[in-house]
Design a binder for this molecule. Sequence first.
Ligand SMILES: NC(=O)c1ccc[n+]([C@@H]2O[C@H](COP(=O)([O-])OP(=O)(O)OC[C@H]3O[C@@H](n4cnc5c(N)ncnc54)[C@H](O)[C@@H]3O)[C@@H](O)[C@H]2O)c1
Length: 251
Amino acid sequence: MGRLTGKVALITGAGNGQGAAEAYLFAKEGAKVIATDIQFDNVSDVVAKINSEFPDSAIALKHDVASEEDWKKVAEEGVGKFGLITVLVNNAGILSMQPFLEVSYEVWKRAIDINAWSQFAGIKTVVPYMRQAGIGSIINIGSLASIIAAGGFNPYTASKGAVEAITRAAALELGPEQIRVNSVHPGGIDTQMTRDTFTTEEAKEAVANAVPLKRFGQPEDVAKLVVFLASDESSYITGTAQIIDGGIWVQ
Ligand SMILES: NC(=O)c1ccc[n+]([C@@H]2O[C@H](COP(=O)([O-])OP(=O)(O)OC[C@H]3O[C@@H](n4cnc5c(N)ncnc54)[C@H](O)[C@@H]3O)[C@@H](O)[C@H]2O)c1
């Protein structure tokens, strides 16, 4: 408890899965949380639960991460409520599964806009607040898909490759201002995204069996890593790509 006391965190895609787990754990560790999602009802429910346990810790805002205008609005409203943003978790994302030759420009653009441009727009929006605060930690959620090949996920893989590269470039540029930037690359995590992808028990079991630790990750597994990267415990870590996958990539 208290590992994030004094931090103000903006977490995107906080209405479900990993973002919801992160919002909860951040509040539990003492942060003030600006929880955003395009699905306002979901993020409102998440925030109601957080505030019932940790009063006045979080606000819910509707936010399309692909819209730069939305970014400005949620940041201004969040700062108005809790003060300067010192942590950004770029978590919102969509899966995109098409064989190479079936990828249209529209499908490609949607994956890049929501998964990669959004993170760039988020960094642009919050850095001026972090500069004023004199400190910052930005955590960009990527995927194992950009580290090992995953056939059939082409626009998704490309968008997550951009996340990894943006992270390194931003870490270099922002390091002298004590703003750290790291990416997190989960393997299979048990959320709506994987439930929509692996629809049968057999398919789920096959995925779990391919993992050295023999299970899907849980949203809380990722949230714990993200708390560490947001906290001052990781103050000498920047520009890294953190893999959290139960050991898949070493095989
Ligand atoms: N679940 C996995 O196995 C897995 C693996 C690797 C990486 N990831 C990444 O983790 C992140 C979180 O995914 P999850 O597993 O919690 O999935 P999820 O589907 O449970 O949650 C994603 C959230 O993002 C929100 N979102 C989607 N488009 C949005 C937009 N345009 N603006 C704002 N919010 C939007 C959704 O409403 C949802 O609440 C994503 O970036 C995803 O690519 C997931």
